[in-house]
Ligand binder design. Structure first.
Ligand code: GDP
Length: 525
């Protein structure tokens, strides 16, 4: 792989389920030469699913739970595509993955526009000022008018939109895609609406290549779009894009290969190289620093249930990583030797000899590394900005066989460290409480504890509607514990948490302790 961080483009695709993320991922990989045949992203997913039991849930419900990394090279650029689960119950995982990217492609279904999950994920990108490229997918089907979609993106997300390409007809009248600035017509040499095969240079909208090919009314509409588009929407401004205020919009069809090359070319040219990363003590880590720093944004445990292995996904923020390097695990205060780092290509994994800022490597471990951990060449800093969210769904764990208490606790602790659930150990009583953001996570917990730890559990309702991290001085904390012992618990890192019965209690206790902060999120370091 080429040796610089400047040619790294680390990005994710965000979308509402069904908008076409899987299809687009596959086509990007195909175009980048990373896979050889369509169907492999899905096939690979299925192989992976078959490997461990809990992933049956993914299969049964047709959703993708686990995220991973796909690296490929095209035209001297290294693309690191981080996959994000689309289902809203796993959005926490997605949020953290988004802390590890420098740009995102937002896929919008041309018939549906901005959907709930797109909006939520977009908000996370906005919080982090991640530049967004919009891909309006499925224009080979009947969809909404191009201008209507642009207006919706602009209004719903309060973003300037800058159309880069236009559809030449949609649905049964779909002829291709027109790049109005480069004057290129992307089309099929087969039947109308067939898959993309060729790009024709044209002199403009009156070029016979276009006019003799597409229906008159399609050409009229295209002319109108181009005209209105140039007047009514923002011209592309690189700075504004990098700051997250403007999104370039591409129309395409992932299924029929329209828009894929344009996206990759655009990312290579305009998407940012690895960003600076803030850390504790007011430190900003820049990618051109010599020493290695990075953080774990995801942990995938038990990929092979026979071995308790875990892969920590580590995003490099600075320095040149070399295989075998000893890095400081800041939280644990220990050195670890990274002897078998993994690079994830679409079809295979390889041992990484070297990695650069922006790259993601997998570090196999037996539980030492967890989400939010920072590794450095000695410096005592923690990367900041990886949130844990106060769960809204809480359940008490009920164990089937009390002999398995140890296995259950180990399992829950492991899953908490993976970031799948949060656990709360009440000050009174021995039954742990599990907190999740979406109910589907509960099924995954039951399934995995059984399959991987041999512990059969169930859940009972608990009179808690939300948890908040308590931030106060030790004396006040002690006083709170004495007065509200029933409501206090510790999280997996033994940080104190208040388990509130309802919104009223949040207000009531808040008023009683005006100097105490009850946090809805906390940094995971
Ligand atoms: P995901 O849930 O966002 O990953 O969506 P998928 O990639 O699985 O696509 C959902 C469905 O939409 C599948 O049946 C795809 O074949 C279909 N699809 C994806 N892209 C296109 C497209 O450009 N045109 C059409 N007509 N269908 C598409």
């Amino acid at each position: 792989m080429s040796a610089s961080y400047e040619n790294r483009r680390t990005f994710a695709i965000i979308s509402h389920p069904d908008a076409g993320k899987t299809t687009l991922t596959e086509k990007l990989l195909l175009s980048g030469g990373a896979i050889r045949a369509a169907g492999q992203v899905r096939a690979r997913g299925e192989r992976r699913r078959a490997r461990s039991d809990w992933m049956k849930i993914e299969q049964e419900r047709g959703i993708s739970v686990s995220s991973s990394v796909m690296t490929f090279e095209r035209g001297g650029v290294i693309y690191n595509l981080l996959d994000t689960p689309g289902h809203e119950d796993f959005s926490e995982d997605t949020y953290r993955t988004l802390t590890a990217v420098d740009a995102a492609i937002m896929v919008v279904d041309a018939a549906k526009g901005i959907e709930a999950q797109t909006r939520k994920l977009f908000e996370v990108c906005r919080l982090r000022d991640i530049p967004i490229i919009t891909f309006v997918n499925k224009i080979d089907r009947e969809g909404r008018h191009a201008l209507e979609i642009l207006d919706e993106v602009q209004e719903a997300l309060a973003l300037d939109v800058s159309p880069q390409t236009w559809p030449v007809g949609m649905g049964s009248d779909f002829f291709g895609v027109y790049d109005w600035q480069a004057k290129k017509f992307h089309t099929s040499d087969g039947e109308r609406g067939g898959p993309y095969t060729q790009t024709k240079d044209v002199t403009g909208l009156d070029d016979p290549i276009l006019t003799e090919f597409a229906f008159d009314r399609i050409m009229e509409e295209l002319e109108e779009n181009v005209e209105l588009g140039a007047e009514g929407y923002a011209a592309f401004d690189h700075e504004s894009f990098l700051e997250g205020h403007l999104t370039p919009v591409f129309f395409g069809s992932a299924l029929r290969d329209y828009g894929i090359e344009e996206l990759l070319d655009f990312i290579a040219k305009f998407a940012p190289p690895p960003h600076s990363q803030s850390a504790t003590g007011g430190r900003t880590i820049t990618p051109d620093e010599n020493k290695v720093t990075g953080f774990v944004f995801k942990v995938q445990a038990n990929m092979d249930p026979k071995h308790r292995d875990r892969i920590a996904f580590f995003r490099l923020c600075s320095g040149t990583f070399k295989r075998g390097m000893k890095l400081k695990h800041v939280r644990a205060g220990k050195q670890i030797a990274v002897t078998a780092p993994i690079l994830f290509f679409a079809e295979e994994r390889e041992i990484a000899e070297e990695a650069f800022p922006g790259d993601v490597i997998g570090i196999p471990n037996h539980g030492q590394l967890r989400v939010g951990d920072t590794l450095t060449e000695g410096e005592d800093i923690h990367v900041t900005g990886l949130p844990a969210f106060a769960p809204e769904i809480l359940r008490r764990v009920r164990l089937g066989d009390t002999m398995k208490v140890k296995q259950m606790r180990q399992g829950l602790q492991d899953l908490a460290e993976e970031g799948l659930v949060q656990i709360f150990k009440p000050d009174l009583g021995s039954n742990w409480i599990v907190g999740v953001v979406g109910v589907l996570q509960l099924d995954v917990v039951v399934d995995r504890l059984k399959a991987e730890y041999g512990a059969e559990i169930g859940f009972e309702p608990v009179n808690v509607s939300t948890a908040r991290w308590i931030e106060t001085d030790p004396a006040t904390l002690q006083k709170m514990i004495e007065t509200h012992r029933m409501s206090i618990a510790n999280d997996r890192d033994d940080r104190p948490v208040f388990l509130f019965k309802n919104a009223w209690e949040v207000g009531y206790v808040g008023e009683k302790y005006p100097d105490v902060k009850f946090r809805e999120t906390r940094e995971i370091v």
